[in-house]
Design a protein around this ligand. Structure first.
Ligand SMILES: Cc1cc2nc3c(=O)[nH]c(=O)nc-3n(C[C@H](O)[C@H](O)[C@H](O)COP(=O)(O)OP(=O)(O)OC[C@H]3O[C@@H](n4cnc5c(N)ncnc54)[C@H](O)[C@@H]3O)c2cc1C
Length: 415
């Protein structure tokens, strides 16, 4: 058992590892470069809106067991909320048509087979073509498994895949996408309920974890950037931070939970994804009565998803490298146009808003980049890797991230 574990990075991977170890009575120090925890999954105060907003809308599903276990551990499970039944409403701005995707109770999609549960304009034949993604191997792209023409692709597969993979849908890894389908749609409606952080990401995923660590005597230090590691024989011997060096004892361990490019710069010879994809979010204050739909998928516009929290409507666009190059003013106009059409508020002027561009939101999840994901264990016996970019078997999501942190904690305890 480790005398002390140094966790580098207080994103969700680092926090998950730290809370799991702390719960098991291990002495942990978390070192975070920024002045706050949460990394790419956090809330912040926005003065233009006069509200706390999230860096990006995050959706988890009721089948995301690790995410829910983590929330149980830190006492924040009730901070997520969602509809009682799994239902994903959509609007096609080109045609005005509206529909909902409702997974069936079991693994077999009876409503699709019988017809009532199909997306408008789609045929049974198109659904049956989906079998080719089942058990897809690591070399395959989604485009090699599914028909990328036709209404089912445009109205179901493409919006689903881009929002999960943050990668151009046809180029995305079919193996990763299959894994998600298996753990969600494959488990039926009970695993597919969408869950949203009611008060925001930090009040759900971040602040309770920091409070948990502090209450149990864990040590979390902000403004502490790791600059380099010293390696001796087969172990990490010292950590060099911006404010000084820490020598590691013989029983000390290190969990690296920093993003891929940072880890690749700190640790010699590790393989890591090296291409990244943007997500752009827009947050808008909406006057009048708030829409009664908590979220809505959009086709045929700039926006892909709209999320409503009180009088703030937030827009998400994934695989958004091209959009992120446009000016924030330009993006805001385009998103606002979609909002007023979706909620039927023509002529409402654009008010207070904020555009957030996360240019390296996740790595590009194509088969060649997925192959670059490293395992948790490294060739140094006291160094473990965590983070959404490590080989979790899942896409770079909250669920995969938290599993990576839990796995690093478990690997270390069995070392
Ligand atoms: C806009 C957006 C929308 C998303 N939407 C969803 C969604 O709907 N559903 C979903 O499941 N997932 C979503 N994700 C993905 C999810 O947020 C990430 O997979 C997850 O937050 C990654 O966590 P992490 O701990 O691996 O990395 P990070 O959050 O990047 O954490 C790494 C931490 O390390 C710190 N650090 C970096 N360098 C150093 C150093 N040298 N020393 C010390 N500390 C350092 C950083 O400051 C950071 O706090 C989204 C991501 C974004 C950006």
């Amino acid at each position: 058992m480790a005398a002390r574990v140094h966790v580098i990075g207080a994103g969700l991977a680092g926090l998950a590892a730290a809370v799991r170890l702390t719960a098991d009575g291990v002495s942990v120090i978390v070192h975070e470069a920024a002045g706050h925890a949460g990394g790419r999954c956090r809330s912040f105060r926005d003065e233009a809106l006069g509200a706390d907003i999230d860096n990006g809308n995050h959706l988890v599903l009721s089948g995301n067991h690790a995410a829910l276990d983590y929330l149980d551990l830190i006492g924040a499970r009730d901070s997520l909320s969602g509809p009682a039944v799994a239902e994903f409403p959509f609007l096609d701005l080109e045609t005005g048509s509206r529909w909902s995707v409702k997974p069936d109770a079991g693994a077999i999609p009876w409503s699709v087979l019988r017809g009532g549960g199909r997306v408008p304009g789609t045929s049974l034949g198109e659904y049956l073509g989906g079998w080719r993604i089942i058990g897809a191997g690591p070399e395959k792209t989604v485009g090699q498994c599914l028909d990328t023409d036709g209404p089912l692709w445009r109205r179901f597969w493409a919006p689903l895949i881009v929002s999960i993979m943050n990668t151009e849908p046809a180029q995305s890894s079919a193996a990763l996408m299959w894994r998600v389908l298996k753990e969600t749609f494959g488990e039926g409606a009970a695993a597919c309920r969408p869950l949203i952080a009611v008060e925001g990401l930090s009040p759900s995923f971040v602040d309770p974890a920091v409070q948990y660590l502090e209450a149990l005597g864990g040590d979390i230090r902000f403004g502490r950037r790791l600059r380099s590691m010293t390696f001796a024989d087969d172990r990490v011997a010292a950590l060099e931070f911006t404010d000084g060096a820490v020598a590691l004892g013989a029983e000390d361990h290190v969990i690296s939970a920093v993003p891929a490019p940072v880890a690749a710069g700190l640790i010699p010879d590790i393989s890591a994804p090296d291409r990244f994809s943007a997500i752009v979010n827009g947050h808008f204050r909406l006057s009048g009565a708030p829409p009664d739909q908590p979220f809505l998928g959009i086709l045929g516009g700039t926006a892909e998803w709209l999320f409503v929290r009180g009088d703030i409507v937030s827009v998400t666009v994934s695989a958004a490298d091209a959009l992120a190059e446009r000016s924030s003013a330009d993006i805001a106009e385009a998103m606002w146009d979609d909002i007023v059409r979706a909620f039927d508020r023509p002529g409402t002027p654009l008010g207070a808003h904020r555009i957030v561009k996360e240019k390296r939101a996740t790595f590009v999840q194509t088969p060649d980049q997925v192959k670059r994901r490293p395992p948790c264990r490294t060739r140094w016996r006291n160094l473990y890797l965590a983070g959404d970019w490590t080989d979790t078997g899942l896409p770079a999501t909250i669920e995969g991230t938290i599993r990576s942190g839990f796995r690093a904690a478990a690997s270390l305890k069995t070392a």
